[in-house]
Design a protein around this ligand. Structure first.
Ligand code: FAD
Length: 649
């Protein structure tokens, strides 16, 4: 098209392969084409982003920029350091833009941002083209086909998705790119407001990334961690389309692994290599297309000679879960990321609840410390000093590597919320937001609600023991020895319960089990911060009471605080009041208690089969080659048993 001058705005799609939006942009046959990234202060200051995710993002940007230059020597990723809302109106004029094209982003902030940019484009006479490409199906269409409701179960996705149509086949990467036009920036840069800076604590020096709009050398370069004031990354997992596609190639080359993948059979204790794909950060940044992933796997499954696994436990099933959470977020917007005002999140009187601005209906980013004990437990959980080696190893892996296996996430999330500390899931979600490489609001908030049994899943009496559960996967504790080196020489017998090791064994292993972990002393590992059995009972009783009361985040009683009258102990400790009825009894299931979720509240995210009772047989070999647990007998003191006792007692 003559005189077509296009900005292609990269955001959630740091790739050239299978990009429907990029295809639409190139289909305009522009005379000038600028691949652009805007360095948005919202993410720099108002989102919690740890150093490892900054590294991963900038890896993706540098790799993409190189790939663009390979296709056209005059081009690159033109990264500009200003908020898109203020930058674009100026760029539209300066570069005489006719079209702005980008991939759809249904995150709540992104919707607001894009609405502003689209308005500015319309005012400037610039045509905007938006294409879905971040999920298997367009999340808004998924909601539409789910009768206009958020997708709260995998079966809803499996019903609604095909009504939109077949998941499109991936599109090949372009073979050439048009030249960019002139890149004059003869306008004033709008500098961002740096406060509040949610990442201030992690910076070693002030952020300098906004000093010049096109970077220190004026060459539109990707900012460095140094410019952001951060220390070096600690994770070995690196970003970029080149790496993402290579990892996928490796996985696909193992046809049996790809076709027979069953999530519950993958070990959360496996490392080097881990038992699952570790492609989540690539899907998050779009350095791998989800449809590329889906079809490469599906094609193997279709031609596989043996018995292939099926959703939800199969590899393609995992991708459906991601679409489910995106569908829920697409409908619920900002409220999906919090309890308050969330129509689909159960209200549980957790400790350390979020502070809320009732005018905006949004959480402020701060929380109430209603219990100093709970705050201490939360901090010990966050920094991997609970005294439970399994939990501590996982939290240290998260901080150092930016990734933990799904079942590991289950274990730490259950422990912080309904299976130990009784602390709000929102505190845990914030820590994950900061430290995960793959953090995305939809998947993070959704999974935290699942694990805390506030939405999606309701079997709160299924709980992960920090001792029995890891023993099933890793009897010798190799995973703990790697991430909690204080314990590396401890006998297998004590590795998950070091406080039971006699002094002579502690001495032999060169470790003392003492204190509360407040001081980082070499050769010392803390005592457990509580009696897990006792805490499990307290939590279980609290959950039962909260289920029986049956409030959701948007209930007037939750918003005005009068919920307290319904919990005769104000939600502290055991909350089983006189009016207690069995929360899972007939009345609970028959009403609209689990809003638009699984009919009985029993859905499976492909990883829930195992719980503390461990009665199921799970055998075979994981990808890492570890022999996994054989049949375990249900323990006599399982939560199931506890629950039944309470039911009949
Ligand atoms: C408390 C908690 C928080 C989580 N936060 C996030 C998050 O912020 N971002 C994120 O991508 N995943 C999150 N997950 C989901 C899941 O743990 C990760 O997607 C998965 O472990 C990533 O490893 P993988 O790529 O090896 O997964 P694989 O098992 O190889 O699965 C393939 C892909 O499917 C998707 N997927 C798998 N399971 C889920 C799931 N339950 N929910 C959504 N997508 C899924 C991921 O994109 C993943 O890369 C969270 C899970 C829990 C329990």
């Amino acid at each position: 098209m003559p005189n077509t001058r296009v900005i292609y705005w990269f955001r959630t799609d740091l790739r050239l392969h299978d990009s429907p939006a990029l295809q639409a942009a190139l289909g305009l046959h522009p005379e000038a084409f600028w691949p652009v990234w805007t360095w948005d202060p919202h993410y720099v200051y108002r989102a919690r982003v740890g150093v490892n995710r900054w590294q991963f993002l900038t890896d993706c940007q540098n790799d993409l920029s190189k790939s663009i230059t390979k296709l056209n020597k005059k081009s690159k990723l033109f990264l500009m350091r200003e908020a898109p809302q203020t930058l674009f109106p100026k760029l539209f004029k300066a570069w005489k833009i006719t079209h702005l094209v980008f991939e759809k982003d249904t995150d709540a902030y992104a919707r607001d941002r894009d609405a502003n940019v689209i308005k500015a484009a319309e005012e400037a006479g610039v045509q905007v083209i938006v294409r879905s490409g971040r999920t298997l199906w367009d999340s808004d269409l998924l909601v539409e086909k789910n009768h206009g409701k958020p997708t709260m179960s995998i079966s809803q996705v499996q019903n609604a998705g095909p009504k939109i149509g077949l998941i499109p086949r991936p599109i090949p990467a372009p073979k050439s790119l048009p030249d960019p036009g002139p890149t004059n920036l003869d306008f004033k840069q709008d500098e961002p407001d740096q406060r509040p800076d949610f990442n201030g604590k992690s910076r070693q020096s002030a952020d300098k990334s906004y000093e010049k709009i096109a970077g220190p050398k004026g060459d539109f370069a990707v900012p460095t961690l140094e410019e952001l004031g951060f220390p070096s990354a600690t994770s070995a997992h690196r970003g970029g389309e080149t790496i993402g596609l290579k990892i996928l190639d490796n996985i696909i080359s193992d046809e049996t692994y790809t076709a027979t993948f069953e999530k519950p059979k993958t070990s959360p204790a496996a490392f080097d290599p881990q038992a699952t794909t570790l492609l989540s950060p690539h899907l998050h940044f779009g350095s791998l297309s989800i449809r590329e992933f889906y079809w490469r796997v599906q094609d193997i499954v279709t031609t596989f000679k043996g018995k292939a696994s099926q959703p939800p436990v199969s590899l393609t099933g995992q991708l459906l879960f991601r679409d489910m959470y995106f569908g829920a977020q697409a409908k619920l917007g900002y409220s999906f990321g919090q309890t308050m005002y969330n129509s689909h999140c159960r209200f549980i009187p957790w400790h350390l609840p979020s502070k809320v601005n009732h005018e905006t209906k949004l959480v402020t980013g701060e929380y109430h410390i209603d219990s100093t004990e709970a705050e201490e437990w939360f901090q010990r959980w966050k920094w991997g000093r609970t005294g439970f080696p399994w939990i501590d190893a996982l939290m240290r892996q998260l901080r150092k590597d930016g990734w933990i296996h799904h079942l590991g996430r289950h274990a730490v999330a259950c422990f912080l919320t309904r299976g130990g500390c009784y602390v709000s899931w929102e505190r845990g979600a914030e820590v994950f937001e900061e430290w995960l490489l793959d953090h995305e609001t939809a998947s993070n908030a959704g999974n935290w609600q699942w694990l805390s049994c506030t939405a999606f899943f309701a079997q709160f009496y299924r709980c992960y023991s920090p001792v029995a559960f890891p023993k099933k996967w890793d009897k010798e504790g190799a995973f703990v020895r790697k991430y909690v080196p204080e314990l590396k020489n401890l006998d297998d017998k004590y590795i998950y319960e070091p406080w039971t090791a006699p002094l002579a064994n502690q001495k032999k292993a060169g470790v003392k089990i003492q204190g509360n972990g407040s001081e980082d002393v070499q050769g010392v590992y803390p005592k457990p911060m509580f009696d897990f059995g006792e805490r499990r009972t307290v939590c279980l009783d609290g959950m039962k009471k909260a289920y029986q009361v049956g409030l959701y985040g948007d209930d007037a009683k939750v918003i005005d605080g009068s919920w307290r009258k319904l919990f005769d102990d104000h939600g502290e400790g055991p909350t089983e009041g006189e009016s207690f009825e069995d929360a899972m009894g007939p009345s609970a299931g028959s009403e609209d208690k689990i809003r638009e979720g699984p009919e009985h509240g029993f859905d499976d995210d492909g990883a829930i089969e195992e719980d503390e009772s461990g009665a199921k047989e799970i055998g075979g070999e994981s990808k890492g080659g570890e022999k996994r647990g054989s049949k375990r007998k249900a323990g006599q003191k399982t939560l199931d048993a506890h629950f039944k006792k309470l039911k009949t007692g």
